[in-house]
Design a protein around this ligand. Structure first.
Ligand code: TMP
Length: 201
């Protein structure tokens, strides 16, 4: 599940997981950075808005350090058991934020990603798309301000455009959903998209 700040990813991961479990599908719902104890500690550093001096490369390596641990402790184990994994953010977030947002080279990001994930890619990616002013407004209402949320609107516009470009370049993997719609409507659209993919198998 991917998208910019305030897109509703966390809520949708929870709702969609519940819907799939109700149909008897074994689901592990998780998130990055932070799906492990070590990931949570790394997340604290990454989101600390007093650490404005963090270089983009440090940022990239920390996200990948959290991802390695997430792969080892959660994702690989679940996939080995043939369990469906729904993760709130993964490699596409690194491309959108660290490449399109921060300006790091895509090649560098993907080389490091290969080391971190062993080349594991999502079968399906849902992009919850909405204008950044709406997403950031939602988070402000929820009193959520971290190192990314204090970035100017222009940064978030670049990240959104990045996500949309990624979705355009891989239409078979991505499903883009309008995240300004009601929560329940968004859930229905995601569940329908997943069902469609499962029937294609
Ligand atoms: P969250 O608030 O959606 O949990 O995500 C934490 C922040 O981390 C969010 O601003 C996006 C950012 N992020 C990256 O910049 N690169 C990444 O690879 C990931 C996973 C998240």
């Amino acid at each position: 599940m991917e998208g910019i700040e305030g897109a509703g990813k966390t809520t949708q991961v929870r709702m969609v997981s519940e819907r799939l479990r109700a149909r008897g599908i074994d689901v592990v719902a998780t998130f990055e950075p932070g799906g492990t104890e070590i990931g949570k500690r790394i997340r604290e550093i990454l989101l600390d808005k007093s650490l404005q001096q963090m270089s983009p490369l440090t940022e990239l390596l920390l996200y990948n350090a959290a991802r390695v641990q997430h792969m080892v402790e959660v994702i690989s184990i679940a996939l080995d058991r043939h369990t469906v994994v729904i993760t709130d953010r993964f490699t596409d977030s690194t491309l959108a934020y660290q490449c399109y947002g921060r300006g790091l080279q895509e090649r560098l990001i993907m080389d490091i990603d290969k080391i971190a994930t062993g080349g594991i890619r999502p079968d399906m990616t849902v992009l919850l798309d909405l204008p950044p002013n709406i997403g950031l407004g939602r988070n402000k209402d929820a009193n959520k301000t971290d190192r990314f949320e204090v970035e100017p609107l222009a940064f978030h516009e670049k990240v959104r455009a990045g996500f949309l470009e990624l979705a355009n370049s891989e239409p078979a993997r991505f499903k883009v959903i309008n995240a300004t719609a009601d929560t329940a409507v968004v859930t229905e659209e995601i569940v329908a998209a997943i069902e469609e993919r499962l029937q294609c198998r």
